[in-house]
Design a protein around this ligand. Sequence first.
Ligand code: NAI
Length: 468
Amino acid sequence: MSEGNTFDLIIIGSGPGGYVAAIRGAQLGLKTAIIEKDENLGGTCLNVGCIPSKALLHSTEMYHFAGHGAEAHGIDLTNLSISIEKLMAKKSRTVDQLRGGVQHLMKANKIKVFRGLGMLAGDRKVRIKEMSDETVITSKNIIIATGSATIELPFLEFDGETVVSSDQAIAFDKVPEKLAVVGAGAIGLELGSVWARLGSQVDVIEFLPAIAPSFDKDVSKMAERLFKKQGLNFHLKTKVTGLRKSKGKSVLIAEKDGKEIEFEANKVLVAVGRKPYTDRLGLEVVGIETDDKGRIPVDTHYKTAADGIYAIGDVIPGPMLAHKAEEEGVACVERIAGQAGHVNYNAIPNVIYTEPEIASVGQTEAALKEAGIDFKSGKFNLAGNGRAIATDATDGFVKVTACSKTDKILGVQIIAKSGSELIASAVTHMEYGGSAEDLGRTIHAHPTLSEAMKEAALAVDGNAIHSI
Ligand code: NAI
């Protein structure tokens, strides 16, 4: 093995987990290589996930405002129109800029980038296959950061045309007249919002009794009410069972209370979750077995069953979130380098970027009840916040939940404009083991939406100032 092909650290996969781990490795003085099978670095998040969807959400939110809210501000936008081609081009420019950014970061940190499919070959080796070329590189430390792929329903196979995943739903070339969305989780709600704002009739079909079911019930309820007003049609406790094509039309078949329901649709977006991606990785070669959900089991140091092979991000248990993968990447590399990297799994924020945004950190009230933990909650409605009134952002609330005995913050739930930004201060307080009183006594600038966080913390003990 030539010196050039021997590294201190090899990372397979260049999503937020992989490329951040690579940078941390380089910062710690490790000779680092990263392998990517796709054309561009950045993984799902940058290329077909978080970033393009946020660009589309931003553009369509402005379009929606132009058509529905601008007039009240004295802005006249008669003859409003939107070009899907230009909208998509704007999204692509955003993605391109960030791809360039990741590429630049690899170069600046002297990380060797290999293009091709990385396969574990045993004996600390990784084979990289690109077309007919094959390179073998070696390292004492290999991190699997191969991420996840969309789940397909057996009776609703992706055809890329009618039945699609989020990969295609961020790139339709025209507004589908009727869009059926299977699943009211993050992807279903975000992309359902995008196309509803652009004029699609959107039917969201969810198996569970609530939309955004991983959040507190009051958050889900308010989200349902607000998104309904924006034109999303929800069909809860409804199970999708198949697709029928007749006379050139597609009809999605579902079942509710034992009765069959039909949804005519030009496009069907299946957003029922993601599964770990380990195809052709060679796990069997190194003796790694996946669990019943296809995930790679790891210990607290992210070590797999194979010596010198680690795994992080969507491919291991835990929430499938870019920032969780990033933190695991950093912690894993720090431990490889002999440092004490650590991820606080109680303080991972979770956000759905609708309007208003839904955000949470820590435990839900349902989880606390199930665990038998006594808690108290304080809620503050945005309707009592001055900045919210001045900026048309009065829909929603912030809720802080704390331990009844110690006052330690156990969870925060938000449905509010900029909820994704508001949640950060709650995460910080939780990271330091803060109490509701600590948060309530923290000075927040006036007038800001963030004051709703302080007020919700004060409300835990009935002390909110602007509660109506
Ligand atoms: P998800 O797990 O968030 O939601 C899937 C929903 O589909 C669930 O509510 C589930 O009950 C429902 N469902 C499952 N089977 C069904 C069926 N046969 N009929 C009707 N409903 C059904 O999954 P999603 O939205 O596909 O997202 C995938 C992953 O990507 C998640 O882990 C999510 O957290 C992550 N993600 C995160 C984003 C963010 O942080 N904003 C954005 C997009 C995705």
